[in-house]
Design a binder for this molecule. Structure first.
Ligand SMILES: [Zn+2]
Length: 257
């Protein structure tokens, strides 16, 4: 399986990253996509991904850290994309849920990163909260090569528009909670051919590890939850979602078992 969204570069994993990756292998999680979030941490994320065959690098400027982003970071991003084996531009996007974040600056950085991604022929990994219509309008205008809407929680109509634009929708640990009835209905309606699995670790732990650090080791809990929602077996979920991710990212898959 492929964890399509995991911040394994964060300090939360500094003391046991190799052990976590060994457990991932045992749990059938052989490939993990690690999106950087600020230019200040690009070098660190690049180094960590270079050290582990299971990790695949994405670089981007995350909207939550919009206060830290400077115009020269876009230049740096553009340069780094040519110098390293980057599989996507991300994590980028819009977050209108957190009111303190400057919307105009977010829009400017998101737009520029979509254009940079398109110029490099790379897919994008998008964070979106409370701004799906704005995001869809930008994607329709710029037409990047595709990508993932991570932790999707919009409407079925918005999901259909993303799919038309060549996007996949990411689902994670929230699917394991009884209280996530609306999200489960959404996951049931969206075809498996448009879904990818993710953990978003160290955040968003599944019900089985509620309150703990989340980990890519726990991706099978998301797999099982989705299999139950869709009434299909776990292998079908693993194979279809992994194939989806492999296609959108054009992944050179780690074959370690
Ligand atoms: Zn993230």
């Amino acid at each position: 399986m492929i964890d399509t969204h995991c911040h394994l570069d964060f300090e939360a994993f500094d003391h046991d990253r190799t052990a976590v990756l060994d457990n991932c292998e045992k749990n059938g999680v052989h490939n993990i996509i690690v999106p950087a979030v600020t230019a200040q941490t690009f070098a660190r994320t690049i180094a960590i991904c270079e050290n582990h065959a299971q990790l695949h690098l994405a670089l981007g400027l995350h909207p939550i850290f919009i206060d830290q982003h400077q115009p020269q970071h876009l230049v740096q991003l553009d340069e780094q994309l040519s110098q390293h084996p980057v599989i996507a531009v991300g994590e980028i996007g819009l977050d209108y849920y957190r009111k303190q974040l400057d919307k105009d600056k977010q829009n400017a950085f998101f737009t520029k990163q979509l254009i940079i991604a398109k110029q490099h022929g790379l897919p994008v990994i998008i964070h979106n909260r409370k701004a799906h219509d704005e995001c869809l309008a930008l994607l329709a205008q710029i037409q990047p090569v595709g990508g993932i809407i991570h932790a999707f929680n919009g409407s079925i109509q918005q999901a259909e528009k993303y799919i038309e634009l060549g996007f996949l929708l990411g689902f994670g640990g929230m699917l394991t909670f009884d209280r996530s009835a609306k999200l489960k209905t959404l996951a049931k309606k969206i075809p498996l051919s448009s879904i990818v699995l993710e953990t978003d670790a160290p955040d968003m732990a599944p019900e089985q590890h509620r309150g703990e650090r989340n980990s890519p080791e726990y991706l099978p809990f998301v797999q099982t939850a989705l299999a139950n929602i869709k009434g299909v077996d776990r292998d079908e979920v693993a194979q279809t979602t992994s194939g989806n991710a492999q296609r959108v990212f054009n992944l050179p898959l780690s074959t370690q078992h």
